[in-house]
Every structure is written in structure tokens, then in C-alpha cells.
Design a protein around this ligand. Sequence first.
Ligand code: HAM
Length: 430
Amino acid sequence: MKYTIPKGVFDILPFEPKEEDRWRNSDHWLYIEEVIRGVAADYGFKEIRTPLFESTDLFVRGVGESSDIVTKEMYTFLDKADRSLTLRPEGTASVMRAVVEKRLDQTPGPHKFYYIGPMFRYERPQAGRYRQHHQFGAEALGIGQPEQDVEIIDMFYEFYRRLGIQGLTVMINSVGDEESRASFRHALADYLKPHFDKLSEDSKVRFSKNTLRILDSKDPQDQQLLKEAPSLLNFLSAEAKEHFERVQILLKKIGLPFVINPKLVRGLDYYNKTVVEIVGTHLGAQNTLGGGGRYDGLTAALGGPHLPSVGFSTGLERLLQTMTGQNIAFPEPPHPFVFLIPLGEKSLDHCLTLLYQLRHAKIPAEIDISGKKVQHGLQMANVTKATYTVILGDRELETQEIELKEMASRQGENLRLGELFETLKGRYNV
Ligand code: HAM
């Protein structure tokens, strides 16, 4: 074939022939989205849908000039009027753009938003890492209190719990305010300077551009060096410290288990105070199911009002892979209540009338209109997991008697053709 799918992306299909691709079955996505909408409603978050592309500047300013996303991973292009646009690599900057542009912060009611959708990052594809991935994210804006941080963390933890995911670790840290970070940056640079030559190439680049990100390095030698490094937590301002302590007290109060990871800094530049990641069990290097934190300065950096905010997002691919890895069962997708198999032209017309009558009564019904043999219809009835099957041929039309067959038990029962609709309706609505 001439056309194949680009590298790092995938289709979401109702059937995947390969066992290792089954996690991305479209029925699973529908189920996850239903759970998302349920949990978001329970926590009072409203859906927001922003465009898939925005002005490039938004992400450069929002996510941060020195972040990996902006320096290496953006899908940026010029439109026909030479505007620089970028496929969104994440959702927070777009949500904040919409909030500031439409002044959603001035509307009545809580300002809590969630989104589900694709994000684009030019990364090296591997298990759990794609060039188009999907996120469920949530942003709560306008509230600087630690109670808001905890609501967000709890909502995502509850979301994972509703899906039945086991073995999660909630890691939290505080990256303080701008001053805390500036003094820590100095201390970290002073500590690392004598070891500069031993740092990995990535960390050498980060040393001058984004020193804090060195803490995040996965390189074993870097990690060894960092063991004795100063801790960010010792550089927090009194206010940031108090905020972080309150977050911990509240998490304990609601029984949400967490660990403090003083090296957690996150890859996007907009964070301050609380940062959080939730780590799973099944994806090795790509084990982080979701991450987020507080970003009080973002709206002002985008030219808007000061709106202290906090948010989190989780990757849906990693979630589905973790669920599959943990053998978590997905609910059965919807199936036809009755499958009609017409044999011959006259019975086809009769079946079509019945089919639409059933569907208009909101009873899921399916038919084999291929004109093929009865075996074909029966096979389709099996594949679609229909509850009942009816075969209708000339003989049935003549006698007005049909057999309603229950597929699971293989039991048949004889009915008058004229009673079929009412019988099915009665059973479906029990
Ligand atoms: P992030 O940590 O960059 O944060 O991404 C959030 C989650 O998206 C990750 O934990 C991961 O599950 C998933 N993810 C990211 N990149 C990929 C990829 N290439 N392939 C598969 N999954 C991926 C953010 O995007 C922030 N906007 C989160 C946030 C919301 N902070 C505050 N509010």
C-alpha cells in the first residue's frame, strides 16, 4: 500500500488484530471518557474545548523558552498568511489563553475546567511516548489556597481509583516562589560547578539554561552526583513552606497516600509552589501517568490579570496501557439486543420494517443485509454479541411463526411474528 500512518501516532479502532495493540480499542476510550466526565461532574469541573493549534508565541511564553517542549518538540508551521502556529503540545497554556481572552475568571461560579484531547510533541516514539498523545487535564483558577491544590490531586487520584488502577505513587514537592528558586538555583550551581565535567551532555546544557531541570536527570552518573546536592525544600520562603505543609496536612486528612520527592521539578517552566506526579507500575521509563502543579504567574506572563491557578493532566495512552498490564477488565461495549437475519427479498422488507421499529423504540438492533447465506448472518450475530437472533425466511412468513433464539443459552422459543416487537420491547425494558 502507498500510504501508511506517520511515525509516532496511531489509529483508535474498534478492533486491533495484534494482541499488543488491544489497549487502544475505541470502546476502551469511550469508557475512559465516560469515567472522566463522571468524576469531573462530581468535582464541579466544566468542560472546555480549545483549538488544536494556537499562536506559537503562546507556548513559547507559557510553557517556557528553555523547556524541552519549546526547544525541541513543537510542531510549528506557517499558515498561508505567514503566521507562526503550533499544534498544542499541552493544554494549560491554551486554557489560560481562553480564560484571559474571554475573562472567564469574571463569570459567576467556580472557575474549574477540564479537557480531553490530543496533544502533539515531536518526541522519540516508544512504548508510552507518542507524537500525538491524549490528555485528560483539569485547571482550577483564581484560588491561591492549598485547599485547591488538594482538590485537584484528589480528583485525579479518585479518577485512577474508579478505573481500578493499583500500585500508584503520588509524589509531591514544592518548587517555591521565584525568590526561593533563584536562591536555590545559585546553591545548586555552586554545588555542581566543581563536577561540571562529569555531568551528562544534557545536564551540561541545562546548567546554564535551566539549572533546576538537572534534578530531573535520569542519567545514573548525574543521579549519583545529585545525591549530596542541596534540597529545594530548604530554600522555601516562609509562605511557600506554610502552603506546602498545609497541602500535606490536608492530603493526610483525606487519607490520600503520598511521598515527598525533593527532586521533583517537572519539565514545564510555569510551576511554582506545589508540583505533583502520579507514577504507575507498568511502563518503565514512561511510568509517570500524570503530572501537574500550581502556576500562579502564568496568566500575568501571558499579559492577563494575576490569577493563581493549579492543574494536572494525565496521559490516556499510559493509563490504558497500565490498565491492560494490570489485567483490569473493561465493561462490555454495547451490543445489539436482537440480530435479524432475512432470507430472501420478501423477508428482507419485513425485517427492515421491524429493524427500524426497534431502533425507533431505542432497542439496539442489527441486520445482515449482505444477501449472503444464513451462516454469514449467524457469524455476524456472534461477532456483535447479540442477545437474540431471529431468522426470517419464506417459511416463517407463510406460517407467521418465528424462532427467537437466545445466543448465550442457545435456547429457542417459538413466537407469533406479530408478537415479536412487543416481546422484545418488554424484555429490553425490564
Ligand atoms: P506533562 O507532564 O508534560 O504536563 O504531561 C502530562 C501527562 O501527559 C504525562 O504525565 C504523560 O502521561 C502524558 N504525556 C506527555 N507527553 C506524552 C507523550 N509524548 N506520549 C504519551 N503521553 C505523554 C502537562 O502537559 C501539563 N499541562 C500538566 C498540567 C496541567 N499542569 C498544570 N495543569
